[in-house]
Design a protein around this ligand. Structure first.
Ligand code: CO
Length: 216
């Protein structure tokens, strides 16, 4: 937060970088040399762009351990070439063993999608989240308390994005080839730092309706 108050804050970032490099080299003089040989992360993280949810930091992962894709409200939109390319590369080339969709309570995108407010261009992105509301409107409309309803909507949105991953040909192809690939749904609480596992892990195509399945 204090960065914003400093006119040359970007210079501080560069200074921080040099200090980080020095600290890493002190720990391990080969740190960067080893990373330069390539990456083999076991995990693809699909998270929200929110600045309070830095993927590596909250799970204690080091450089080289997490392949990351982030967008507003951690969405898996089936026509999003950016997400699909990241997913395909992670699954086919890097052969990650886990894909984690991590949402977070208090997500601005999810909260906005619960309102009727018009925000501009982003309305079109938030529409995908409104579609999740439509799928679960009975459950959500029955929750009287707004905060509780928001939190449940965050969870249901993550669960739907896990299903959306299962519907992709990249994930189904990996399962068809009997490769070990698990898709998980998590929610991070920005108020206490704790991650909740929604326990919707998918590791095969048995729960995918027939019309979403591909023959390979
Ligand atoms: Co968010």
């Amino acid at each position: 937060m204090y960065f914003c108050l400093m006119p040359d804050f970007y210079k501080i970032l560069l200074k921080n970088n040099r200090e980080w490099v020095a600290a890493k080299l002190k720990e391990d003089p080969e740190f960067f040399t080893k990373l330069a040989h390539g990456q083999s992360p076991p995990l693809l993280w699909i998270g929200c762009a929110d600045s309070r949810v830095p993927a590596n930091e909250i799970i204690g992962a080091r450089p080289g351990e997490v392949f990351v894709h982030r967008n507003i409200a951690n969405m898996v939109v089936h026509s999003d070439m950016n997400m699909l390319s990241v997913l395909n590369y992670a699954v086919r080339v890097l052969e990650v063993k886990h894909v984690i969709v991590c949402g977070h309570y208090g997500c601005g995108g999810v909260v906005a999608a619960m309102t009727n407010q018009h925000y501009g261009l982003i309305d079109n992105w938030l529409r995908h989240i409104k579609d999740v509301y439509r799928l679960h409107n009975k459950e959500l409309d029955a929750i009287a308390d707004e905060k509780t309803r928001q939190r449940r909507f965050v969870e249901l949105n993550v669960i739907e994005q896990v299903y959306n991953l299962c519907k992709t040909s990249s994930v189904q192809e990996a399962w068809e080839e009997k490769r070990s690939l698990q898709v998980h749904g998590w929610v991070y609480d920005v108020a206490n730092g704790i991650i909740k596992d929604l326990e919707v892990t998918a590791c095969d195509d048995k729960d995918i309706p027939h019309y979403y399945r591909y023959d390979f």
